[in-house]
Design a protein around this ligand. Structure first.
Ligand SMILES: [Fe+2]
Length: 361
């Protein structure tokens, strides 16, 4: 007799998985004192274009301690992390948010009760809430962009049919989505610490059975990976609007990927985008690699925040520089939130304070 566990979402009315355990997943030995990891807000309200250097965040040995929140609201928390060590002494579970780990640098294996998911540069690892995991890194040099989404992270609705299948005009395909493989059953009793995050607190739970004691599972609630390098850019004769870059979405936000691609190919086209006012969304760009066409002096791991309320556009000289260019090698991730973002204390420590003046030569 195995112990069956149903992992259900949205009140048993949406995606779920069934897992079969050697031991019941309920054998709590003890619970330690919860501790606070909620972001400390330095600036609740903002009407200024800003920039932050994600790579200025210092590496730390421990995975959870290395996570530094930068911009947050009630829908999403955006963090960066430079963890040096693999997780060895504990397991981790986020019970409030789906997590998306964008692997900027480093490689390794995400381990869950569903199996192993190997990752490397450019991967988005989507870990639905309630998934206990550990990460094994191949080296000490790792840079992650981490999103915590308080609603399910999904494929854009415009790209799926009524059965949930990706449509032909989607910029990626089911075959690009990687599932956990090589299920290993840990038939072990002992004392296993699981750090459970819920509403800004971490609760140290101790269980009597190994969290990965699963002999088999099926369903739709499991971690998966998608590489930004598998995103097929949508291009055109004239400028394509930003939604063509969309990868995923959650409640009140979208995620996009700017990848190497051909520029607009009409002979009279201006390859660089227009000035634009995102009238009702905060726009966060995270620069991954390559020269970014519309910005000057951009560094890897840099964030820009262009908020609701004021326009932004190409930096001086970049329009002229773009004329006649055939392609771009830029690689970036964009997060557009439909509610304003608050700025954390740690973000102010890595801010380029003069950025808002960078459109004046
Ligand atoms: Fe923009």
């Amino acid at each position: 007799m195995y112990s069956e566990q149903l992992l259900s979402t949205e009140g048993f009315s949406d995606a779920y998985s069934l897992t079969y355990h050697v031991f019941p997943p309920t054998m709590v030995l003890s619970i330690g004192e919860p501790y606070n990891v909620a972001p400390e807000i330095a600036m609740e309200k903002n009407l200024q274009n800003r920039s932050f250097q994600g790579y200025a965040v210092a590496p730390k040995d421990d995975y959870l301690e290395s996570r530094v929140p930068v911009m947050v609201n009630n829908d999403i928390h955006i963090s960066v992390a430079a963890p040096r060590k693999s997780m060895q002494s504990y397991f981790y579970k986020n019970s409030s948010a789906d997590e998306l780990l964008f692997i900027h640098e480093g490689s390794g294996i995400l381990k869950t009760m569903y199996g192993r998911l190997s990752f490397s540069y450019g991967d988005h690892l989507v870990i639905p809430r309630g998934t206990t995991y550990t990460i094994e890194f191949d080296s000490e040099i790792n840079r992650l962009l981490i999103l915590e989404s308080f609603s399910p992270i999904r494929f854009p609705r415009k790209y799926v049919n009524r059965f949930g299948q990706l449509l032909e005009h989607a910029p990626y395909y089911e075959r690009d989505i990687r599932k956990p493989v090589d299920l290993e059953t840990f038939d072990q009793l002992g004392d296993f610490e699981v750090l459970i995050k819920k509403e800004g607190l971490i609760y140290p739970y101790h269980y009597a059975s190994h969290p990965f004691d699963v002999v088999g599972w099926d369903g739709f609630h499991y971690p998966w990976a998608f590489s930004i390098h598998d995103f097929e850019p949508i291009t055109g004769r004239i400028h394509q609007p930003p939604p063509v870059h969309q990868t995923f979405e959650g409640h009140n936000f979208v995620l996009c990927a700017f990848v190497p691609r051909l520029y607009d190919y009409h002979p009279g086209s201006v390859p660089i985008p227009y000035n634009h006012a995102n009238v009702d969304s905060d726009e966060v760009l995270y620069y991954v690699d390559g020269e970014f066409m519309s910005r000057k002096n951009v560094k890897r791991g840099q964030f820009t925040l262009h908020p609701i309320g004021i326009p932004h556009g190409p930096h001086p000289g970049t329009v002229e520089r773009s004329l006649g260019a055939k392609e771009t090698k830029e690689l970036a991730v964009m997060i557009d939130t439909f509610k304003p973002l608050m700025i954390t204390k740690q973000a102010l420590e890595i801010e380029d304070v003069e950025y808002y003046k960078s459109w004046v030569e």
